[in-house]
Design a protein around this ligand. Structure first.
Ligand SMILES: Nc1ncnc2c1ncn2[C@@H]1O[C@H](COP(=O)(O)OP(=O)(O)OP(=O)(O)O)[C@@H](O)[C@H]1O
Ligand SMILES: [Mg+2]
Length: 244
């Protein structure tokens, strides 16, 4: 990464509410082009809310989300997506009745059809398991395969920024490793920018260039992945006895 890293996503003072309940209390984060940035935090900290706020659903009540120099805070979700942000939401949310192929076609809906075969070959190279299951319905895939499909579907939209919400959730360590390896390959080989939300702090901080810690709707710490992994507060709260 160059010293003068170019900011792709900038979240400034974002406050998000569910009715009267505040979920984000003034969040600031930056994601530079070509980076993997992670946000770790416990259940209910507001991680998914931040990811959804970036996508405009729910919208921030105060503060700003700037993407690629443009203020997207109050933009409708479909417009945000059309700018090159793809989300693999928590709980995977693939289309369970559609086949693997149909799910991938949905992901590619906004892309030039002439690029489909090339993009399909790319995601199958990344996740060979999906190629073997091409005609299988999404809902009958294993948890790990569904997670691969959710990421692959997001990739089919050719994103400039990939948002991943807890891709390791409920998966065996070997599958988590495969998925995190795939994210690293995408970043290293394609320069894809990734914002990753995780409770699995150990893997996330090992993978990411930089990280943030969220507690109760606030960012409490930030630093490089390696720095955060060494911090006593991080180790005590998110690593010792946690999911390694
Ligand atoms: N639709 C909603 N309506 C009301 N409150 C909500 C809604 N969604 C989330 N919340 C609340 O907002 C807070 C933040 O939730 P959020 O889902 O963002 O946390 P999280 O960090 O993603 O947690 P987890 O690790 O469990 O996924 C929680 O207190 C949650 O109960
Ligand atoms: Mg969540």
């Amino acid at each position: 990464m160059s010293v003068q890293a170019e900011t792709l996503l900038s979240v400034r003072g974002v406050e998000t509410y569910y009715g009267k309940i505040v979920a984000l209390r003034g969040v600031d984060i930056d994601v530079h082009r070509g980076e993997i940035v992670t946000m770790i935090g416990a259940n209910g900290a507001g991680k998914s809310t931040l990811m959804m706020t970036i996508c405009g659903q729910p919208q921030a009540r105060n503060g700003q989300v700037i993407y690629d120099g443009q203020d997207i805070t109050l933009m409708p979700t479909h417009e945000i997506i059309s700018l090159g942000i793809a989300q693999s939401p928590e709980g995977r949310r693939i289309f369970p009745r559609m086949t693997v192929m149909e799910n991938l076609q949905m992901g590619a809906a906004l892309v030039d059809p002439g690029l489909f075969d090339e993009d399909l070959a790319k995601v199958f190279k990344l996740f060979p398991r999906l190629k073997e299951r091409i005609a299988q319905r999404g809902g009958t895939l294993s948890g790990g395969e569904q997670q691969m499909l959710a990421i692959a579907r997001a990739l089919m939209s050719r994103p400039k920024l990939l948002l991943l919400d807890e891709p390791s959730l409920g998966l065996a360590p070997l599958i988590v490793k495969q998925i995190f390896d795939a994210i690293r390959v995408l970043n290293e080989e394609e320069g894809l920018t990734v914002f990753l939300v995780e409770q699995n702090a150990f893997h996330a901080l090992k993978l990411a260039h930089r990280g943030y810690v969220m507690v109760n709707g606030n960012i409490t710490m930030s630093g490089t992945g390696a720095e955060l992994l060494k911090r006593e507060e991080v180790r005590a709260a998110y690593l010792e006895g946690g999911r390694h």
